[in-house]
Design a protein around this ligand. Structure first.
Ligand SMILES: [Zn+2]
Length: 1023
């Protein structure tokens, strides 16, 4: 990295770049500076060059860091202070953690690196050379000399012919800034594909005829995506300046920045093009030059130029449309509130919309391509209710006069919370009764609620830096369940969050290679990595735990106070702890300190298991870190948490508990005792309704008592805890903490279970066993076991199903298990339904449509596959996701290979769908190795071409490796990681995959003989 960046730097042009102090790096505990070794080295070289004649270089060590101060100023009275003055003042400032050498000389710098050597703390003029090859890691922050407060942006895309490869966009931006520190250059973000023309800089409020600063040159730093504008004079602290840049770029279908999307219009018998934005996380710079960091908030006045046949949308309401002399129309939008660059949005399209008002008079609209406009009703009606519900919940009105929601044919992410103009994938916003599955229906509601929650969490209050992005995403995830619960209480979303979110992320969070919620991120790739299930789902899980231990109303009032206090500002997590603690004190909630508790959950990876043992009339509670593959860990010390523990007994059967029922297990106490339990109370169950993010283990006797209870009358145990008991027992057995027998015994009662959530948890465990047994002798018995568990269940599912959503979800799950495990009735019915659909258009019940498609493709040939592929291309939006997943079900090698090849051709499979197409092949046990070979052969190109983004690559690695358990497979993954993957592209997924394979290897070695035996005994017994 250092090599390429130094090649790019023209030192003769550098003047004082990047030596004018950095914006403060992301916060860390216990350290002050995070400027990279690379920067240090560059500065050192730079300093050497300049120090020959003038200036002073000081290098010293202390407080575990080496600090290099370079005063680069020209000879002046400031630098002729008494010898030693600047070095000592510099050292004092630097050791206090102050990066600014203030008034000593205007362009001096401090850089520091963590020292691992024990260099003597002496002042010296000698420059030390770096002892290891410098690499660029964290040195990506903008200098902190200029702060933007307003942007005028004009954008004009050219997308009006039928040759998309010729499409471009151009524009002009005027950035108004305050000068915070004297500087001779201005550094902004600008992606390399954005070509800028010579900029100009003006003094705002220029009175007295002062000359504007002159631009003497520009330089690019592509590693940091910087454009540096060099000036002939210093800008003055306290003055305001404007920077004007004209720019142009290609308009491509790369799904980031301002990008091209398209759809085929049957009515027009033509392809229609649209241009839309996706600027989070760091893609605003690919659209217009800007200060692209979340704390650099400003107001934006946007003008969009278009041809008359289309229209535009942006964050704010349209002020006016001006006719331009060249026939274009300029849509001038109202100025936004103060917000970060990543929330800017605009769209150029020919869509239709439906509109209504919320009770607070906000104009709420849903936009889609014309043919889907009748599928927008659910989003409009429920979206309005949700916005109302959130306004009531936070007791803060939505900020803007309007909120548009737009369904896009091409969209990389699920949805994006641009303030006033939320963007979605079509399948995540459009609902068609009789066609859309229940899973998608729930997901649509959830995702709308998620984005609307962001209007408060993320938009009104944003994180200082990306390391706290969980404050956006964890809250939006938690609030999405709460939001749907407020509007559609019969869906029981606050129950469903346990299986949907908490259990799922606990699986991810059980490995050594996982990461804490709060973690550093510097480069755009690392920032992208933050948008993972730990941030979203673990974030939501620990927030739900906080919601429980604070009490719902204290939590709500605390959030209200926090949002009001921090409105339009930037925050770090400590600001939230302070606000919630304040509210807890006001409400008389005691027994915990919010920061002490929550820091243990957000700053440590993994989570605890609470061991519950009975001693006479006492319950003894201890905690330990829960880890799969614990035998391989080298990092086993010091993990402990502040745990809000709850429990009930066979006699009490109390599953409705509140904050006053909590027993706190402290991070520094070795054992916690509860006295009130009598020996004859039967079983004990901990973590009521899984309010806590932890697992619970019991002695064997207690586990057996629970198994007996489930067999005798499972309804005595709350449905959430039934699901949790299945997940806990399986996780504990996989970790070797209880016998595998208990985990299997826990599944036997399921043939009487009529609720969805325990089945969903069991299904995940069955999936794991399925992968581990695929191709093994025990698989036949396993399949018979599963079939026995669902025997006698109805496979009838109506097209219009008005049963509760969770009953519908259970029917989907049972039907899918039946076909997957070759129940003849399921296969026959699927083939019949598929055939009637293909030949006569007979509707298939939506909840089983995915399974019907997969079964027909698996059992059929080219005809079935080709028909389904045509539905992917041209069918209704509710079918595209299902078709994409089912196309990978084929058992014909050439069909699978053709599908894999299509997956990388954007005219065959939309770019946004590449991941899911590949995943569908990897999930098919018959096709798995074809998928794996394809990855090995294409991986390098996929990565280098950015055909698949980092998060999607991580998903692909995860699914590809989740069932691997042999040395041979491990060596292949190592080969992919070390020899094929381009080393310059950081990717976190490999380490997790290797960790998982090691755990699988251990599981296979220790458990396969037992599982084979258990299945033989039990299937033989019940068949
Ligand atoms: Zn979000």
């Amino acid at each position: 990295m250092f090599t390429s960046s130094t090649e790019r730097f023209d030192f003769s042009n550098m003047d004082d770049y990047p030596g004018e102090g950095k914006r403060p790096p992301p916060r860390t505990d216990g350290s002050v500076c995070h400027i990279s070794i690379a920067a240090g080295f560059i500065l050192t070289l730079l300093s050497l060059a300049i120090a020959v004649g003038v200036g002073i270089i000081v290098n010293f060590a202390g407080n575990n860091k080496n600090v290099t101060c370079s005063c680069l100023c020209e000879p002046s009275p400031q630098t002729t202070n008494a010898p030693g003055y600047i070095p000592s003042a510099c050292k004092a400032l630097a050791l206090e953690g102050n990066q600014e050498i203030c008034g000593l000389c205007p362009d001096s710098t401090v850089t520091s690196t963590h020292s691992t050597t024990s260099a003597a703390p002496t002042d010296t003029t000698e420059v030390t050379k770096p002892t290891e090859p410098p690499i660029i890691t964290d040195d990506i922050r903008l200098p902190d000399n200029m702060k933007p407060y307003h942007y005028d942006i004009t954008i004009r895309p050219e997308l009006y012919n039928d040759k998309p490869e010729t499409f471009t966009f151009s524009g002009r931006v005027d950035i108004f800034m305050n000068c915070i520190k004297a500087t001779k250059n201005i550094t902004v973000h600008s992606g390399s594909q954005v070509i800028t023309q010579t900029p100009s800089v003006r003094l705002v409020n220029n009175t007295g005829g002062r000359a504007d600063p002159g631009v003497i040159g520009t330089a690019r730093d592509d590693a940091r995506q910087f454009l540096i504008i060099m000036l002939d004079t210093y800008l003055t602290i306290g003055e305001q300046y404007s920077l004007t840049l004209h720019f142009t770029a290609n308009l491509t279908d790369n799904l980031i920045g301002l990008y091209l999307s398209s759809y085929y219009s049957e009515e027009a018998n033509a392809t229609k093009y649209l241009a839309v934005t996706q600027l989070q996380h760091t893609y605003a710079r690919f659209t217009f030059p800007c200060f692209d960091e979340p704390a650099l908030k400003a107001k934006f006045a946007i003008t969009l130029e278009r041809e008359p046949q289309i229209f535009t949308l942006s964050n704010m309401p349209l002020l006016r449309s001006d006719n331009l002399t060249d026939g274009y129309i300029a849509d001038v939008y109202d100025t936004t509130v103060i917000m970060p660059t990543y929330l800017v949005a605009f769209a150029f399209c020919d869509f239709l919309n439906v509109t209504n008002k919320t009770s607070n008079n906000v104009e709420f609209s849903v936009f889609s391509r014309p043919e889907y406009i009748n599928q927008t009703t659910f989003a409009l009606e429920e979206g309005i209710k949700m916005l109302d519900a959130f306004e009531n919940y936070f007791n803060i009105s939505y900020t803007l006069p309007k909120l548009d929601n737009i369904a896009l044919p091409d969209f990389y992410y699920g949805a994006m919370e641009n303030w006033g103009l939320v963007t979605y994938r079509e399948a995540y916003l459009l609902y068609e009764p009789g066609m859309t599955t229940t899973s998608y229906l729930i997901f649509i509601a959830e995702i709308i609620a998620h984005e609307l929650a962001h209007m408060w969490f993320g938009n009104i209050v944003s994180p200082v830096w990306w390391d706290d992005i969980w404050l956006n995403e964890g809250f939006a995830t938690f609030l999405s369940y709460l939001g749907v619960e407020m509007v559609l209480p019969e869906w029981k979303m606050m129950d469903l969050i346990t299986t949907d979110v908490i259990q799922r992320v606990m699986d991810v969070d059980s490995y050594e290679s996982t990461v804490p919620i709060y973690r550093m991120a510097y480069t755009p790739r690392q920032i992208g990595d933050l948008f993972d299930s730990i941030t979203y789902s673990k974030g939501a899980s620990v927030i739900r735990m906080m919601w429980f231990f604070l009490g719902e109303e204290t939590f709500r009032r605390g959030l209200e106070g926090y949002l009001k206090e921090q409105m339009f500002g930037n925050v770090a997590h400590d600001d939230l702890w302070v606000a919630l603690q304040k509210q807890a004190q006001l409400d008389g909630r005691t027994g915990f300190d919010v920061k002490t508790v929550m820091d243990t959950w957000i700053k440590q990876k993994n989570f605890p298991v609470v061991n519950v043992t009975r001693h006479g009339n006492q319950l003894k509670l201890t905690q330990q870190r829960f880890l799969l593959g614990a035998t391989n860990t080298t990092d086993s010390e010091g993990y402990s948490w502040e745990i809000p523990f709850t429990y009930t007994t066979q006699q009490k059967l109390d599953f409705n508990q509140t904050t006053s029922d909590i027993t706190w297990i402290r991070k520094d106490s070795s054992e916690t005792t509860i006295d009130s339990v009598t020996p004859d109370q039967g079983w004990v169950i901990g973590n009521i309704r899984q309010y806590g993010y932890y697992r619970v283990n019991y002695d064997t006797e207690n586990w057996q008592a629970i198994v007996r209870q489930l067999m005798n009358d499972h309804t005595k145990i709350h449905v959430i805890n039934r699901g949790v008991l299945i997940s806990d027992s399986w996780a504990l057995a996989k970790a070797g903490l209880i016998s595998m027998e208990i985990a299997w015994d826990m599944l036997i009662y399921l043939r009487n279970e009529t609720e969805y959530m325990p089945w969903d948890n069991a299904d995940r465990e069955l999936d794991y066993i399925d992968m581990m047994l695929t191709g093994r002798a025990a698989y036949g018995d396993f399949e018979r076991f599963v079939v026995t568990q669902i025997e006698g269940r109805s496979l009838n599912v109506p097209i219009y199903d008005d049963r509760p959503v969770q009953q519908r979800s259970l029917s989907r799950l049972i039907f899918s298990l039946a076909c997957k495990h070759h129940v003849p009735e399921c296969i026959e019915r699927s083939l019949e339904m598929f055939d009637a659909w293909r030949t006569n258009g007979t509707l298939i019940p939506p909840d089983i449509k995915g399974t019907v498609m997969c079964t027909a493709v698996r059992e059929g040939g080219e005809t079935e596959w080709d028909y389904l592929y045509s539905r992917y291309l041209n069918g209704p939006v509710s079918e595209t996701g299902l078709a994409l997943a089912a196309l990978g079900c084929s058992s014909r090698p050439w069909i699978i290979n053709r599908y894999l090849e299509y997956s990388l051709q954007s005219d065959k499979i939309r770019k946004q769908d590449t991941r899911n197409a590949i995943l569908s092949v990897l999930r098919n046990p018959v096709a798995f190795y074809m998928g794996w070979k394809f990855l090995m052969m294409n991986w390098r190109q996929m990565t280098l071409d950015n055909a698949v983004d980092g998060n999607h690559l991580n998903d692909i690695i995860r699914v590809a490796t989740q069932g691997m358990y042999t040395d041979f497979e491990l060596s292949q993954v190592m080969h992919l990681k070390n020899n094929i993957h381009p080393q310059e592209v950081e990717l976190s997924g490999f380490d997790r995959a290797i960790d998982r394979i090691m755990v699988n290897m251990e599981w296979e070695e220790q458990n396969y003989p037992f599982v084979e035996e258990w299945l033989k005994t039990n299937v033989g017994h019940t068949a």
